[in-house]
Design a protein around this ligand. Sequence first.
Ligand SMILES: [Zn+2]
Length: 110
Amino acid sequence: MAIVSCPQCNEKMSDKAATCPKCGFVVDGLDADTLERKRRRNRADQIHKLTTQSMLAMLLFVAGIAGLFYYRDETAPDPTWQSQVAIVVIVIGFVWYIVNRIRMMLARRK
Ligand SMILES: [Zn+2]
């Protein structure tokens, strides 16, 4: 018995199991080629999704920087709440982007 990953949800499962215990995907009766094709398509879909998300993250980051410049007020002693929000948006965008890049790297390695 070997451990393989489910072609549908990528969860670990036995190669002797007829269906995936997690998502219920029926593996039984499918030949190796079909399974491999399904796995590859799922991975491509996942990478595509992550690419879209990292684009959004980058957009958030850029929007945050734009907001920071737009709401900058040098006459005020403290930063305005808008520029504080902009800083939070920049941090979220940056962290989200890095997380997505790491997830993409891991997805490609599988
Ligand atoms: Zn599954």
